[in-house]
Design a protein around this ligand. Structure first.
Ligand code: SAM
Length: 259
């Protein structure tokens, strides 16, 4: 696989399920109605939202793709008529004849978005739609502190791009959609404001996502010490604010192929 998302913990990720879910529904709202579409959800996680997408879009068939065994174990519970899940790397995934290729909060785990998005686009038939949501919060202290700590603590052992600086600017995704031949498109940066009970909750948030990149590199004891040091530095950086308002930026983009 192209990254090391080996340590996903669905329960930790879903501690903030409501906050993480809103961008998914904002992304789905970008889709034009389609008649019994064939859908793929790339980086589908635990499959709960894949199943919701299947129902909402009236899909004939929906495929969920993920690399994480722990996420796929949960996704199995959502398998049923028209919905199935496979283990594969979304960085190298290819398909054909899809009406909708959707990816929520997963593209930032892989490098070279231009190459990967070209590949995903090639899976679409005429009139097909690409819809992607990707976090773009690398300039928030929650990510800056993590990046600095990773470099100091791990040096060359640090996972590649732990805070997803690979995410492009919104305008770059717009240009790319144009280059890839999408006839219509929508691209936006949206700030989701999350009111967390304390600044420590930011650590719990990051434990469900970016920090999972470190579990595969550090052993359990060292991981706990790493998180403790991250918490200490982040609390210092964020100051003494309770509740803590966590602004989280995301890029949402959608394009539709000519019919
Ligand atoms: C933040 S979760 C989002 C899950 C789901 N889309 C949702 O919105 O609930 C990111 C998911 O991407 C998956 N992922 C990361 N890199 C991947 C890769 N290279 N290939 C396949 N899946 C990957 C992870 O295993 C994880 O389940």
């Amino acid at each position: 696989m192209s990254s090391v998302p080996s340590a996903w913990n669905p329960d930790q990720y879903n501690r903030f399920a409501a906050e993480r879910e809103q961008p998914f529904w904002d992304l789905v709202a970008l889709l034009a109605p389609a008649d019994a579409p064939v859908v793929v959800d790339l980086g589908c996680g635990d499959g709960r939202l894949t199943a919701a997408l299947h129902d909402r879009s009236g899909a004939t068939s929906t495929l969920g793709v993920d690399s994480s065994p722990s996420m796929l174990a949960q996704a199995g519970g959502h398998q049923g008529p028209g919905i199935r899940f496979v283990q594969a790397d979304i960085a190298t995934w290819t398909g054909e004849g899809y009406d909708v290729v959707l990816s929520n909060a997963a593209l930032h785990w892989v490098a070279d978005h231009r190459r990967v998005l070209r590949q995903w686009s090639e899976a679409l038939g005429p009139g097909g739609q690409l819809a992607v949501q990707v976090p773009a919060n690398a300039d928030h202290p929650s990510h800056i502190v993590l990046q600095t700590l990773a470099e100091e603590w791990l040096g060359s052992r640090a996972p590649a791009d732990p805070v997803a600086t690979n995410v492009l600017a919104p305008a770059a995704y717009a240009e790319l959609l144009h280059e890839l031949g999408f006839a219509s498109q929508q691209v936006r940066l949206q700030v989701y404001g999350h009111l967390l009970s304390s600044r420590t909750e930011v650590v719990e948030w990051v434990k469900g996502s970016s920090l999972t990149r470190f579990k595969g590199v550090l052993g359990p004891d060292e991981f706990d010490r790493f998180v403790a040091e991250y918490r200490r530095r982040l609390e210092h950086a964020l100051g003494d604010r309770e509740p803590y308002f966590y602004p989280f930026k995301r890029v949402l983009f959608w394009g539709q192929r000519p019919g």
